[in-house]
Design a protein around this ligand. Sequence first.
Ligand SMILES: [Zn+2]
Length: 292
Amino acid sequence: MGGDSILTIGRLCVASLLVMVVAVGGVHSSSAGQPVAAVAVEAEPFTTPAIDAHQPSASAETPTLPEKRKTKVPILVYHHIRLTADGSRGLRRMTVTAEVFDQQMKFLQDSGYHVITFSDLADYFEQGRELPTLPVILTFDDGWVTQYENALPFLSKYHFPATFFVVTDYIGHRGFFSWPQLQTLITDGMKIGSHSRSHPRLAKIADPAQLWDQIYNSKVTLESQLEVPVAEFAYPYGSYNTAAVEMVKAAGYRVGRGCCTGVAHTSTDVLALRAIMAPNDLTKFQKYLEAH
Ligand SMILES: [Zn+2]
């Protein structure tokens, strides 16, 4: 598609009732110094991706695992962490306020949850290394600078590691992480994963070369700029198919994360893990975790 890709992405977003206003200038700052307008807003789908129809038995190419392991680990997905939950409906839906985020992290700490990393989960699947009780994984999508400004201080406060899935074409643009900020995240113990080059729906890409560009070249960019291995990939919109999953594997990722379909995982899901959206409400957050 080449130069048509941006238009195509736009059409896809509109067609799926997603709001995606990529900030190309026009980002204004509130009195709190927070971008509030013209920020990109996305909504991850709540539908089950097509790949979910493929049961683990279909993955004959999975390396020999000692056994098929199962576990329930809530993988929480955050987008914007802002001081207030104002703005458009789409933006509000993608926002957890800093105050609520602090409450949620405190709840995890006070309730005996253990924040683990994707490496811990992969070690459990691949090597049988035991997980702690009440494991949970924290993730942040798209590379919004609000995460750096308003989530990182609390992650540091509670000593919780998180994985930030960034879109490499967005890095350095207004409203998004800069490369130095990504370096700071790493220094502070955070993990950086790829969320593709330009945030398309991978299941809609038929051209293997384009798919490879999104999946592999984003990894190369991150690894060359940050000088750390990048082993995690999050599918934009939770959209993937067999070809995308196989390419994530071929590109050298250890873990792939979908979105919004639950907390149960098996060792054959490691390249398409389920996740849940974090609500902007402590009580809902508690009930959601305790339900699992
Ligand atoms: Zn995204």
